[in-house]
Write a new protein. Structure first.
Length: 292
């Protein structure tokens, strides 16, 4: 291994991994630390990544997707920074216009807004494609079931799980001892309105910040007709409610109606909270890149 890509997701686990790798990898190993901004990250997430850069000296490369609207043309990247990083729905609009709305059946927001810009950046600095370089993924030893069976063939490296046997309490202890940490509540997450969230967490966020759903509502109004599945009139973004028969999920208005019938999430476990682990209860996967 002489080239190592260490994606920074904006969560505390990946940040712990990145800081430790920076201090422990050999001098002859080239490293890069890309953070792929989707435009819908919480401001607290952007502030945390900026903290890693300014206070901890992590050489973060801030990236955003450049979606080519033409068929069979892949997404590239642009380099931004904390100050000019997109804080609107424009990047999501770009992918929705080409690929349709993302939802639990279509994960192309992670692919196009996170993975593709990172891989494009790595090609731009002459690294080629995996497995010509390794990608470090922040899966810990207490979540070993998330390790890909083909990780060696795909150029994936799991230092927390295999080299250091790091568990969630290790990561929490590290950040509890720091003067600042990721400032999110237990029902929040890096991406403001992510469709993978538990419905009770949506219910809490709808009470606290209903305006964050303006972007997905705009997206479904403008792009719901793009590439619906067979039998669908339009694609919907949010997870279906339990017992739902049509498997088409919920629109924003339907999500609001359903969540009004639920008891909102109320436990603030933010002192022990890890974005990559807890915000997606009941989901198939999280939004960290390269969880193949």
């Amino acid at each position: 291994m002489n080239k190592l890509c260490i994606p920074v997701s904006g969560g505390e686990t990946s940040a712990y991994m990145a800081l430790r790798l920076r201090d422990e990898v050999k001098d002859d190993v080239e490293t890069c630390y890309p953070f792929a901004n989707t435009g819908q990250e919480r401001e607290e997430t952007l502030e945390f990544v900026n903290l890693l850069e300014t206070k901890y000296g992590l050489p973060v490369v801030w990236l955003e997707a450049k979606v080519n609207p033409l068929p069979n043309k892949g997404t590239r990247h642009s380099i931004v920074n904390y100050e000019n990083a997109t804080r609107s729905g424009q990047l999501f609009e770009d992918i929705c216009a080409k690929y349709g709305l993302p939802n639990p059946n279509f994960f192309h927001c992670t692919r196009e807004l996170k993975e593709s810009p990172i891989l494009s950046y790595c090609r731009s600095i002459g690294w080629g494609k995996p497995p010509q370089f390794l990608r470090a993924i922040g899966i810990r030893s207490d979540e070993i079931d998330r390790v890909s069976t083909n990780y060696k063939l795909n150029g994936i490296y799991y230092p927390l799980a295999f080299d250091w046997q790091v568990t969630k309490p290790h990561v929490n202890k590290f950040w509890q001892e720091q003067p600042k940490r990721l400032n999110l509540k237990g029902w929040q997450g890096n991406c403001t309105w992510c469709y993978k969230k538990d419905h009770r967490k949506h219910a809490k966020m709808i009470i606290d910040s209903p305006e964050i759903y303006d972007v997905p509502k705009m997206l479904e109004q403008k792009y719901g007709h793009v590439k619906p599945k067979e039998g669908e009139k339009e694609r919907k973004m949010f997870r279906q409610k339990k017992g739902m028969q049509d498997k088409q999920g919920l629109s924003v208005d339907e999500l609001f109606d359903y969540c009004s019938t639920l008891i909102p999430w109320s436990v603030d476990d933010s002192e022990n909270y890890q974005v990559q682990d807890d915000m997606f209860s009941g989901c198939q996967t999280d939004c960290a890149p390269f969880q193949e």
